[in-house]
Design a protein around this ligand. Structure first.
Ligand code: GLY
Length: 385
């Protein structure tokens, strides 16, 4: 790691009081939005305010997950009051296969159903999540040893890809093995993680966003990008997905390969932090020629670093924990959308793609809440993933 980065992180003064104030503001925002996002869900904002959307996008579970984190943090039933409606909505989506021809089933059903099961023991939530895991493994390509990211099964070259984001979808499968005893789910998850480590992760632990495969032979063809600046650049959110995703695969498998990737990709993430600790949307962008930020990459990175800090040596643990705390403080000070109105996001300046940026992103809000909860309540952290 760059020695200058390390000392600037260790010398930074954390303002506990400020973090406490924003924790309360964050809860107040979730509380206000409980009446806005009942049948419809936030995706990407317009003018920092969300237009609630039907349950059909990859993002529909993030507000649900925020409410469940708020419930876990406060034990206040107000945050559970929509859970029946949400469960019905996610069950209906699965039954009718609405927008599920992709790997994002993991994001959707981990936060809507596994989280609810972990909090309340809901049998219905558990059964729905297991069915979702079944659908996710139906996307597994045995020859290539990967879970296909996008499109229906049967699409051909050049449309068959894996993407780094998928590492966050694997916990649904590890969890399904835990509750059913069927090893097949975890085996597929682990095999996909190994394939990702051999293709998406570069020598220096930076990542490709995508990797193309031939679905017939299973042959890995080439790395590329979908939302990054160019194929060989490092899309900031992809690097954050890598840090958190490989940490999660390590937690479930204890395979040291995954921990090694999580650590090295975290160090790469930290080495590329700009002055205010909130990444530009791609690491190819710097202060020399600044472009848009991605606050969502920052919040995912903070959550990932906090989780990873539990599994590394003391020195790294201190560094990762402190770096995550600084990212959160900078997000609170410079990016938090401070309003008393409902329907607004938590963080401004998220970046979705070159067509949609400088807005609140529902996943950025979710991981901000997750990281703030992890920081506040280290003893009582409940991992939904
Ligand atoms: N998983 C989609 C994205 O990060 O934009």
């Amino acid at each position: 790691m760059n020695i200058l980065d390390v000392s600037r992180i260790l010398d930074y003064t954390v303002d506990e009081k400020l973090l406490e104030t924003y924790f309360e503001k964050m809860l107040a925002s979730i509380d206000k939005n409980m009446d806005v996002f009942i049948e419809k869900y936030p995706h990407v904002s317009t003018g920092n305010k969300y237009v609630p959307k039907d349950n059909k996008d990859w993002t529909s579970s993030f507000f649900v997950g925020m409410a469940y984190l708020a419930f876990h943090a406060t034990k206040d039933d107000r945050f559970l009051r929509n859970s029946e409606v949400w469960l019905k909505s996610f069950n209906n989506r699965l039954e009718n296969n609405i927008g599920l021809d992709n790997h994002d089933i993991g994001f959707l059903y981990t936060l809507s159903c596994v989280a609810l099961y972990k909090l309340t023991d809901s049998e219905k939530a558990k059964m729905t999540a297991i069915k979702a895991a079944d659908r996710l493994i139906s996307r597994y390509n045995k020859r290539g040893k990967f879970i296909q990211a996008w499109g229906s099964i049967g699409v051909r070259y050049p449309n068959v890809k894996i993407i780094i984001d998928c590492m966050m979808n694997l916990p649904l499968l590890y969890w399904a093995t835990e509750v059913t005893g069927d090893e097949n789910y975890a085996e597929i998850a682990k095999t996909h993680a190994i394939t990702s480590s051999q293709t998406l992760v570069r020598e220096d632990a930076s990542v490709y966003h995508t990797y193309m495969f031939d679905p017939i032979s299973g042959r890995a063809i080439e790395g590329g990008t979908h939302q990054g600046k160019y194929d060989e650049s490092t899309w900031a959110r992809g690097q954050a997905w890598c840090v958190y995703g490989f940490t999660l695969s390590y937690i479930y498998t204890k395979d040291p390969l995954f921990l090694d990737i999580a650590i090295r990709s975290a160090e790469y993430y930290i080495d590329n932090l700009p002055k205010d600790y909130v990444h530009y949307w791609d690491f190819a962008v710097s202060e020399l020629a600044p472009e848009m930020k991605d606050s969502s990459a920052a919040s995912i990175g903070a959550a990932g670093l906090l989780e990873l800090s539990k599994y590394v040596d003391e020195e790294r643990a201190r560094l990762f924990d402190k770096c995550a705390t600084i990212i959160l403080q900078e997000l609170c000070q410079g990016y938090f959308i401070d309003t008393n109105d409902s329907g607004y996001g938590l963080l401004r300046e998220g970046f979705y793609s070159l067509k949609k940026y400088d807005e609140a992103m529902s996943w950025g809000d979710y991981f901000f809440v997750e990281a703030m909860c992890k920081l506040k309540n280290k003893e009582n952290d409940l991992l939904f993933w």
